[in-house]
Design a protein around this ligand. Structure first.
Ligand code: ITT
Length: 183
């Protein structure tokens, strides 16, 4: 079986692959741009996108909508993470954090899988925003996010290490075990 991962982000596809190979499922990237609505939750954004895509694409597919939620900023950038990453970038986030002693934050990932019906899977990881960027791996905000219990940022980890603890790794694990039981 081949399964389309609708995303513009090859880093997400890299992370997803290891969950599907053992199931004999080939995941491939399909860069089909879809509307990301302005909403209060990642779930709403993911659901709208998946239902919109379901009318354009035949066959099963999934997408992932993720965000970085910083406690001292009341959850910002959250659902606006992609926009903030493109405009302010990592440097902008570090600047916004100046003067805050509470640097706790979490990543959340919502996977929407469409197979004629909608299925939602989620994962979350808690950690903190580092004082400076560290590491070359991963993508997005990885160089400034250190998960709780680790002394490395996500960007200092291999994909396997990140997957074991990350928001997306957790969501993919639940998704893959659901597929194992339901395919
Ligand atoms: P698609 O929507 O096309 O899948 P995207 O990179 O825009 O790709 P999101 O909207 O889900 O993905 O992500 C929001 C932002 O959060 C974006 O700038 C990502 O780079 C960043 N992000 C998402 N997951 C991340 C992760 O695991 N590590 C670091 N940054 C992440």
């Amino acid at each position: 079986m081949r399964l389309a991962f609708i995303t513009s982000n090859p880093g997400k596809v890299e992370e997803a692959k290891e969950y599907f190979e053992p199931l004999g499922i080939e995941v491939y990237q399909l860069s089909y741009s879809y509307p990301e609505i302005q909403a209060d939750t990642l779930e709403e954004v993911a659901e709208y996108g998946a239902r919109w895509l379901a009318e354009k694409i035949s066959g099963p597919f999934f997408l992932d909508d993720s965000g970085l939620f910083i406690e001292a900023l009341n959850g910002f950038p959250g659902v606006y993470s992609a926009y903030v990453y493109r405009t302010l970038g990592i440097g902008g986030i570090l600047k916004l954090m100046e003067g805050f002693s509470d640097r706790s934050a979490y990543f959340k990932s919502i996977i929407a899988y469409w197979d004629g019906e909608l299925h939602i899977f989620g994962g979350r990881v808690d950690g903190e925003i580092t004082a400076e960027p560290r590491g070359e791996g991963g993508f997005g905000f990885d160089p400034i996010f250190r998960p709780r219990g680790s002394d490395k940022t996500f960007a200092e980890m291999t994909t396997e290490e990140k997957n074991l603890i990350s928001h997306r790794g957790k969501a993919l694990k639940v998704f893959a075990s659901w597929l194992r039981e339901n395919l």
